[in-house]
Structure formats: structure tokens, C-alpha cells
Design a protein around this ligand. Structure first.
Ligand code: ZN
Length: 142
């Protein structure tokens, strides 16, 4: 089901709950000027429904890399683990920012695996974060 099938009211509710930012890399549309996408946490291709509890916000890059994956491999243990779920899991329980604020560090198997799967530390994004840090826009305070 396409994002277009999500009502404006539901989209606004999900976006408010998601603090208007990507659930994975935490990029905010207020910084990029690019509207975030509604994503299905459990993919529609696997029977995921377009209901509030299955929706969150993601940037286009994270959403595309996530695709229909729900389980990913931890690069440290090589074991398959669930992909980070921004609605159920606490971001700060699984990730933290590097001291300079440019890289996301995985604290758990889920965090490490999600970083690799979604390429959360791709070089272009690190460069962008460096510029955001220099003007005080990043990392998010909460
Ligand atoms: Zn993202």
C-alpha cells in the first residue's frame, strides 16, 4: 500500500509522535527541507497494515535501504537479529552519537546490525552531519 493511502490526519499523528524526524538516522525534515516518508515497520509485502501502530517516519534513504527487511545480521556476532523498530525500541538504548556527533555508534546487536543494513554512517551523511554540527543543528538534543 502506498504512502498516499495514509490519511493526512494519520500522517500528522505519526509525524508528531516521531518528532518529525527519521526513526533511524534521526534526520529532521526541518534541517534537510525534504519531507520524510511514512514507512511501514512491518512491511506491507509481509502483511503489514496501514495502521498507526505499524507506521513511523523515515528519510528516503533509510526507507529505501530498509525495504522489506525485518531481520538483519549483527556484524560482530554474525547472528541475525531484529531490525531496530523506532516505535517499540528506544533509540538511545541501541545507539549513541560519536563524540564529534557525526557517526552513529551501535550499543547492541540490533543497533550494530541496523547501522550496517541501513548504512547509517555513509560517508556523504557524515560530511553533512559535520556541517550541521558546526552550526549547532546536530546531534539532536533528545
Ligand atoms: Zn534516515
Amino acid at each position: 500500500m502506498s504512502a498516499a493511502s495514509v490519511s493526512k490526519k494519520l500522517r500528522q499523528k505519526v509525524a508528531r509522535h516521531a518528532k518529525q524526524r527519521c526513526g533511524y538516522c534521526l534526520v529532521a525534515s526541518s534541517i534537510t527541507g525534504i519531507e520524510l516518508q511514512i514507512e511501514h515497520l512491518w512491511p506491507t509485502s509481509k502483511g503489514g497494515l496501514t495502521i498507526e501502530v505499524n507506521l513511523w517516519l523515515a528519510c528516503a534513504e533509510c526507507n529505501q535501504r530498509k525495504s522489506d527487511r525485518t531481520r538483519v545480521v549483527d556484524p560482530l556476532t554474525k547472528k541475525e537479529v531484529p531490525l531496530f523498530n523506532p516505535r517499540q525500541d528506544g533509540w538511545q538504548d541501541h545507539f549513541h552519537w560519536s563524540d564529534d556527533g557525526t557517526e552513529i555508534i551501535g550499543l547492541t546487536a540490533v543497533g550494530r546490525a541496523t547501522i550496517v543494513a541501513l548504512q547509517l554512517n555513509r560517508p556523504a551523511r557524515i560530511g553533512t552531519r559535520r556541517r550541521w554540527v558546526s552550526v549547532g543543528w546536530h546531534p539532536p538534543k533528545d
